[in-house]
Ligand binder design. Structure first.
Ligand SMILES: CC(C)(COP(=O)(O)OP(=O)(O)OC[C@H]1O[C@@H](n2cnc3c(N)ncnc32)[C@H](O)[C@@H]1OP(=O)(O)O)[C@@H](O)C(=O)NCCC(=O)NCCS
Length: 165
C-alpha cells in the first residue's frame, strides 16, 4: 500500500456539499456491502439525497476535507468536542491512509477543544479500522435510517494529553 502522497486537509466550505454527498453515497454503496444489505445501504446513502440538509449538517460540525491533487476524496466531522460523526472516503481513494489522516487531525482538534475521550458510532465495516487506532467497543446500537434498522457500535478512545490547554 503506497502512502507516499499524503492527502492535504482543509476545512469544509458550503460549495463542497455536492461532492461530499457523492463521496458519502459512493463510500456506502461500494465499501459496506459485506456488512449491510442492499436495502440498508440504500437507506443509509439516501441521507445525502437532501443536499441542503446534508450541507447544513456538515456546516454545523467541524468538517474537514481530504484532497488528493486538489480533488476531495474524503471527509470527516467532529460534533461538539468529543464525538466523531462522519468519516467517509471515496472507494477510488480507499486504503491509502486518507481516513487515517482525517482521524489524526480530528483527534488533535478534539484535544484542542478539551476532550479527554473521543467517541464514534462505528459502522460494522469501520469497526476494525477504529480498533486498530485505539478505539474500544463500548456498546452495540440499532438505529433507524430512512425506515431501515442498521447496527453500529459505540467506540471510545482516551486521548493522550486530552483536556490540556
Ligand atoms: C472506513 C473508511 C473511512 C476507511 O477509509 P480508508 O481511507 O480506506 O482508510 P485508511 O486507508 O486510512 O486505513 C485503512 C486501514 O484500515 C484498515 N481497514 C479499512 N477498512 C477496513 C475494513 N473494512 N476492515 C478491516 N480493516 C479495514 C486497512 O487494512 C488499513 O489498515 P492499516 O492502517 O494497517 O494499513 C472507508 O472504508 C469508508 O468510507 N467506509 C464506508 C463508510 C463508513 O463506514 N464510514 C465510517 C462511519 S463511522
Amino acid at each position: 500500500m503506497s502512502r507516499s502522497v499524503p492527502p492535504a486537509l482543509r476545512p469544509f466550505l458550503p460549495a463542497d456539499t455536492p461532492i461530499l454527498a457523492a463521496i458519502f453515497a459512493a463510500a456506502i454503496e461500494e465499501l459496506t456491502g459485506d456488512d449491510y444489505s442492499e436495502a440498508q445501504q440504500e437507506a443509509w446513502a439516501a441521507v445525502a439525497d437532501d443536499e441542503a440538509a446534508f450541507g447544513k449538517k456538515l456546516a454545523s460540525e467541524l468538517t474537514l476535507i481530504a484532497t488528493l491533487q486538489n480533488a476531495p476524496v474524503g471527509f470527516a466531522s467532529l460534533k461538539g468536542k468529543d464525538h466523531i460523526d462522519m468519516l467517509y472516503v471515496h472507494p477510488s481513494a480507499a486504503g491509502q491512509g486518507v481516513a487515517s489522516a482525517l482521524l489524526d487531525a480530528l483527534e488533535k482538534l478534539a484535544g484542542a477543544r478539551g476532550a479527554k475521550n473521543l467517541t464514534v458510532d462505528a459502522s460494522d465495516n469501520a469497526q476494525e479500522f477504529f480498533k486498530k487506532r485505539g478505539y474500544v467497543a463500548k456498546q452495540r446500537n440499532s438505529v433507524t435510517v430512512n425506515g431501515e434498522w442498521l447496527a453500529n457500535t459505540t467506540m471510545q478512545k482516551t486521548l493522550e494529553g486530552g483536556g490540556q490547554p
